[in-house]
Design a protein around this ligand. Sequence first.
Ligand SMILES: Cc1cc2nc3c(=O)[nH]c(=O)nc-3n(C[C@H](O)[C@H](O)[C@H](O)COP(=O)(O)OP(=O)(O)OC[C@H]3O[C@@H](n4cnc5c(N)ncnc54)[C@H](O)[C@@H]3O)c2cc1C
Length: 384
Amino acid sequence: MGGQKTFDVAVIGAGVFGAWTAWHLARRGQRVVLIDAYGPAHSRASSGGESRIIRMGYGADELYTRWSQRSLAQWKEFFAATRQPLFLETGVLWMAGDEDARLRQTSATLKRCGVTFEELDRAALEKRYPQIGLDGIKRGIFEPESGVLMARRAVGTVVEDSVRFGAEYRCAQVLRPMGSGRVHEVATSDGEKIAAGQFVFACGPWLGKIFPEVLGERIFPSRQEVFFFGIPAGDTRFAPPALPTWLFQEDLVYGMPDIEARGLKIAYDEHGERVDPDTQSRIVSPAMTEMVRKYVARRFPALRNAPIVETRVCQYENTSNGDFLIDRHPEMDNVWFAGGGSGHGFKHGPAIGEYVTGRILDGSAAEARFSLATKDTVQSRAVY
Ligand SMILES: Cc1cc2nc3c(=O)[nH]c(=O)nc-3n(C[C@H](O)[C@H](O)[C@H](O)COP(=O)(O)OP(=O)(O)OC[C@H]3O[C@@H](n4cnc5c(N)ncnc54)[C@H](O)[C@@H]3O)c2cc1C
């Protein structure tokens, strides 16, 4: 290893988890190398694509409400400092019908956490959102200060800013570390060795491929299809502020208004089939296309015959119940996992980076829900 540079921390994976981890570590003066096989928030990454929702509502799950609050503050501060307006305060509207227990829990949690929100009954929803088909909907909650993060560009900006703070970014595929105890270096597929004191594997849906024995059965990458419907010419009813970001809770369907003129975004939050993030087809299926078309006709009648103007296929990187996985490797003392965003992790990037940094540098307390011990090999979703 004569003359080879040793980093304090090597972060493998430049999605939102790895980028924010590198950023916090670099801010704390650590010598950091951030490595990605394909590039920050690339088209196969879970952090790829145009936009992600940041909302405070998590039912009774106060942990994630508080993490969203903490993260939104950091995202805003970060975008102000970097002069990148990549958070759009569209507002977020939750809608529910008879099964509104979760909405009531959300309301109680938001009150407890001091989040600004409004409760809307059916009449108020009809008046304010005449462009929405409210069939079966009884009430809603509106978070006026929540909205949308411009995902791909936001991650790119976090990586650039980490480099400004001294982190080194490299494009390389890291091979799985072998053995047990302390790891001194990792190898890349082109034979380079990277030495560091700590290694953080923030590899999203790839975690199970890199650590098949420990995580192969504990990370469930699921296929998720996203559609954008073209808005009729000259029609402003589907753009903010007329239409906010919206979620039909019981239907597990969510979407966004017409942002940057890309059309109405819509997707099913239900988990699709298990997929390989390197090789899965990125072309939407006829079955899902049909389902989404029908749903749009029901909820946004004016878009009944609207053309699909863009599509994307992504994958969630689910843990058994939806809680993040942020913990040490069970046999490698200085190897960490940071992943398991489970379809809701993007918004939490800043708090995740801060948490991983605190665990590594300060030995700060571990959140039991993020431990490997709580991750099962059978899926039973509890976090939405
Ligand atoms: C369609 C869709 C909609 C979503 N909607 C929302 C939302 O509205 N709000 C929200 O908060 N969250 C949402 N999520 C979830 C969120 O986007 C993810 O939880 C989050 O982006 C995960 O980030 P990550 O950094 O863990 O993974 P990734 O972004 O996948 O990053 C992992 C990185 O590791 C790299 N890598 C893997 N293996 C190696 C290796 N061997 N060597 C080097 N590099 C490697 C990969 O190239 C990749 O770039 C959504 C996800 C999807 C797919």
